[in-house]
Design a protein. Structure first.
Length: 296
């Protein structure tokens, strides 16, 4: 037999001897001849998803992790009969304890799991069962671990991979509920996607407006700085002009009048060089004391 297999021999005294393919499991050799008056122990296990047929003969035990499919009927708190389908992943860890405790390991385990599911499903409604399916299977998996320990086995995981209504009329209603739930989840997912797109769009607009606001602040600051520099330059020109005439024109009013005359002359020069048919109109007070000569 392979390293993962084990066999049980009943010797002439009726004592069970355990032989494993892997060395080091016990003192018995991994290869042996069947002694006189000894016989190979054969167990009869139940088979099928409901374990309703007990005719599976087992003489070589597989000690690797394996799985067991099951199916049975349960009833919810609101009296809806369901057919559950699932898988139990398990392995034999103590062959001697398993043989001493039960002669139908798969049947015992399946019946125990069935009773646990019947108990837990009867406590919830159909809606609660649909929303908390994993909670029910997890509760069954962790409950009463000593049941499996006394049978020399270890449970690795328990999964419910399907359920349906036992009655066709109820099954149609359940299918509509599942379809509506699926459609609602799809609509919610679509709405969440649209909301995310809208949020990204608004964030982009907010960032753009912040950048525009920052640009306007910078431009405004530059305009203020430019105006300040221009004003300082004009003030320096006025101050230099007035101070320079201080010795020759002592009266401040006369110096201011001369400055204003020069500014008017600058304005006329600007108009004379401008294009586009610009016109400038002066009142009599604006040209008082101003002489215009024709160069020709």
């Amino acid at each position: 037999h392979g390293e993962h297999e084990a066999m049980i021999i009943r010797d002439k005294e009726g004592t069970f001897q355990y032989y494993f393919g892997a060395k080091g499991k016990n003192d018995n050799p991994s290869c042996f001849f069947l002694p006189p008056l000894a016989e190979i122990v054969e167990l009869c296990w139940s088979r099928g998803p409901r374990r309703d047929t007990r005719d599976l003969k087992i003489s070589a035990f597989d000690c690797r992790a394996q799985y067991m499919r099951f199916e049975f009927n349960v009833r919810t708190k609101d009296n809806v009969e369901l057919i559950l389908e699932g898988i139990l992943f398990w392995e034999v860890v103590d062959l001697a304890k398993m043989v001493q405790t039960t002669g139908d390991t798969t049947g015992d385990v399946c019946n125990h799991i069935r009773s646990q599911f019947i108990k837990h499903v009867a406590r919830v409604t159909l809606k609660e069962f649909m929303h908390g399916l994993t909670d029910v299977s997890d509760a069954v998996f962790v409950e009463e671990p000593e049941f499996y320990v006394t049978r020399g086995m270890k449970n690795n995981s328990l999964e419910i991979n399907g359920y349906r209504c036992a009655e066709s009329a109820t099954s149609e209603v359940l299918q509509r509920i599942i379809a509506e739930t699926t459609n609602r989840m799809n609509r919610l997912s679509q709405q969440e996607s649209e909301n995310e797109v809208s949020m990204f769009r608004m964030e982009g607009q907010i960032e753009q407006e912040q950048l525009v606001g920052g640009l306007l602040d910078i431009q405004h600051q530059h305009s203020q700085n430019a105006a300040k520099v221009q004003g300082q330059r004009e003030a320096q020109c006025v101050s230099t002009f007035l101070d320079g005439l201080g010795q020759h024109v002592p009266d401040m009013k006369d110096r201011l009048a001369m400055w204003q005359a020069l500014r008017k002359n600058d304005a006329l020069s600007t108009l004379s060089s401008a294009t586009g048919g610009s016109h400038l109109y002066f009142t009599p007070s604006d040209v008082r004391g101003l002489t215009i000569k024709n160069a020709h």
